[in-house]
Design a protein around this ligand. Structure first.
Ligand SMILES: *[C@@H]1O[C@H](CO)[C@@H](O)[C@H](O)[C@H]1NC(C)=O
Ligand SMILES: *[C@@H]1O[C@H](CO)[C@@H](O)[C@H](O)[C@H]1NC(C)=O
Ligand SMILES: *[C@@H]1O[C@H](CO)[C@@H](O)[C@H](O)[C@H]1NC(C)=O
Length: 280
């Protein structure tokens, strides 16, 4: 009887190396002192358009988009708990994706901005808008294509974001204090809230994606890893050595979810105790 249940247990862990299993391997070391290492959980092996990812934190649902050909980006919805994947119809182009704090998801593309709210889609009434990047924090922030200028939408009007006025911006996020961080072809920059002067934080490596976690800490990624912008003295510190990261977001437990060109991965932080077996 005992032997039977032991066998069962062994079979279970070899078949189900999922987040519920308590025995995990360390796939990546980390410089983050609060974590021992990360286990790599492949959520989906899929070719898609690795631009923006967004998570509805209440349902732990991940949104990303596919290139269906002809440059048409169709949003897909992946429930990270039950692993169910669905394609969402109705958004004509979803190049950019973002979530707000109330579990609404926003899609942006060459038809402007849509809000997905309580399972229904609403197109925001902004004319002639092609969206390159979306970020939600109290307001709807976006970068217009093709001129790559940063704007926000408030009280039914579109305004320029003063901190980024006249700058070429590929992606940007805001920290808790409202300071703005952006990347472009030259590097990663910071602009204090209400100011205009930008400060270069790093021009190497080439950063290709950025996001904020649930504490509004700023993360960036490059071909060689994931970095966090530390606050006390502004410093950009690599926390995970992982190749080919093109975009990232955070799940409801604040775990890093990243994408490369062919898979979407969650990094599960390990404690020394939980990962003990991996070294047997
Ligand atoms: C919003 O816009 C309307 C009309 O443009 C204006 O009358 C109103 O004062 C604005 N409200 C705020 C809070 O700015
Ligand atoms: C990126 O932004 C900086 C700071 O505004 C600017 O000096 C630089 O020319 C920009 N790079 C590109 C490639 O546009
Ligand atoms: C952020 O994530 C942490 C786990 O790292 C969690 O304990 C906390 O409740 C989360 N906060 C919010 C505002 O979701």
């Amino acid at each position: 009887m005992k032997l039977n249940s032991l066998l069962c247990f062994l079979i279970n862990i070899s078949l189900l190396p999922d987040s519920k299993s308590s025995i995990r391997y360390c796939d990546f070391t980390t410089n983050d002192r609060s974590k021992y290492c990360y286990a790599k959980e492949i959520l989906l092996a899929i070719t898609h358009s690795p631009n923006q990812l967004a998570v509805d934190k209440s349902s732990n649902t991940l949104y990303f988009s596919f290139d269906m050909g002809q440059g048409d980006f169709v949003p897909a919805v992946f429930n990270m708990d039950n692993k169910k994947l669905t394609v969402l119809n109705g958004v004509r182009d979803a190049f950019a994706l973002a979530s707000d704090d109330s579990s609404n998801i926003y899609f942006g593309g060459n038809n402007g901005i849509y809000r997905y709210e309580k399972q229904s889609l609403k197109q925001l009434n902004i004319k002639n808008l092609d969206i390159w990047w979306l970020y939600i924090r109290n307001n709807i922030y976006f970068i217009k294509f093709p001129n790559l200028e940063a704007h926000y939408y408030k009280n039914m009007t579109v305004k320029e974001l003063p901190e980024l006025k006249g700058k070429v911006v590929h992606q940007f996020v805001l920290d808790k204090q409202g300071n703005v961080f952006f990347i472009n072809g030259s590097g990663l920059y910071g602009v204090r809230r209400g100011r205009h002067r930008d400060i270069m934080l790093r021009d190497n490596p080439k950063f290709v994606g950025m996001a904020t976690d649930n504490n509004s800490d700023v993360y960036v990624c490059s071909e060689d890893g994931i970095y966090v912008v530390s606050k006390m003295v502004i410093k950009v510190k690599k926390i995970v050595n992982v190749q080919g990261v093109l975009g990232l977001t955070f799940d409801k437990l604040n775990n890093i979810v990243y994408t490369n060109a062919y898979e979407i991965v969650r990094l599960v932080p390990m404690t020394r105790k939980r990962s003990l077996f991996s070294f047997v």
